[in-house]
Design a binder for this molecule. Structure first.
Ligand code: ARG
Length: 312
């Protein structure tokens, strides 16, 4: 007798409807290329998150450029080491001071057949809404099929929707930037189940500020970021859940590290410097860990993960 696995239906799952584990979901290849956006117009102009509120007009632009250049250099080194396949750069546009955070304007994915697809974001703040078209142009040039959200609900791309490593399974953060109601439409576009995770602390306004999967079994989270029901789901999906100190998650943006699930099965991690507890967890996992300083970008509420997009 052959046993066939029923595919997990593509829809948005509230905690009470999650009767499967990540193992029940299909396997998936990780993207292998990095997209960055240059920082020449980066600054903090308004208080769209708690970090920005204390830092309006306080970005040292020269220092920001140096920090961005260092991050760019690290990615070029990962390319030389064949951990990633390529590094693309989109030019930042005048008047779009947050465009450098290129995790937010889109969510690239592939179909079951391997076709490249992308959902373009519907950003909450007016100051960011028109960033999206610049990235749409990038995806058009790179052969993606583009999806636009048809409803009025907000969605902030990879900032709020994070994949389970190597699985066709997504986590959709909501409550502060992205609307919960948007995820049914997105799950249909991507033909992939999305587990809803409620964010309840304004220090962790995007899922990528408090949720960092290391591999298919282990995840790092920030304390106090999730509702109790959402925490139950995270513990159901990952064998090990590491909670890091609050100050590493907020001052150090440690959950916003970038785990590069490498090309040719090599992996690496890039993380904001001075996060010893998180660094130790990554090193125990035998990642090649690269530290960098993104302090000027943390003034705007973003670090490494927000400053890049993995693309196919
Ligand atoms: N200043 C930006 C904002 O508030 C920061 C975005 C950070 N990006 C992220 N993926 N968490 O929108």
């Amino acid at each position: 007798m052959t046993i066939t696995m029923t595919p997990i239906f593509a829809k948005a799952y509230p905690p009470e409807e999650v009767f499967f584990t990540a193992d029940d979901c299909e396997n998936r290849n990780e993207p292998t290329k990095v997209l960055l956006c240059t920082p020449e117009y980066f600054e903090v102009k308004e208080g769209n998150n708690v970090y920005m509120q204390n830092n309006i007009g306080r970005v040292n632009k020269e220092k920001a450029k140096e920090q961005w250049n260092h991050l760019h250099t690290l990615y070029l080194q990962l390319k030389s080491a064949e951990i990633i396949e390529d590094v693309f750069v989109v030019d930042g546009a005048e008047d779009f001071e947050d465009m450098v955070f290129c995790a937010n304007q889109s969510f690239p994915w592939t179909t079951w057949g391997g076709e490249k697809i992308v959902v373009m974001s519907n950003m909450k703040h007016e100051s960011r809404q028109n960033e999206v078209v610049y990235f749409e142009d990038f995806y058009k040039d790179h052969g993606y099929k583009i999806f636009n959200i048809q409803s009025r609900y907000h969605f902030e791309g990879m900032g709020d929707m994070v994949p389970h490593p190597a699985k066709r399974l997504l986590y959709g953060g909501y409550g502060l930037r992205t609307d919960k109601q948007v995820y049914d439409e997105i799950s249909r576009m991507l033909d992939t189940p999305i587990l809803l995770l409620e964010l309840i602390n304004e220090n962790f306004y995007h899922l990528d500020t408090c949720f960092l999967p290391l591999n298919a079994n282990e995840v790092i989270i920030a304390p106090g970021a999730f509702s109790d029901e959402s925490l139950v789901i995270i513990k159901k999906m990952f064998e090990a859940v590491y909670e890091i100190p609050f100050h590493e998650a907020t001052d150090g943006f440690a959950c916003n590290a970038h785990i590069v699930y490498g090309h040719k099965s090599k992996s690496a991690a890039i993380i904001q410097k001075n996060n010893p507890v998180t660094l130790n967890i990554l090193q125990q996992n035998s990642f090649k860990v690269l530290e960098t300083d993104t302090s000027e970008f943390i003034k705007s509420g973003g670090s490494v993960f927000c400053m890049k997009m993995m693309v196919y």
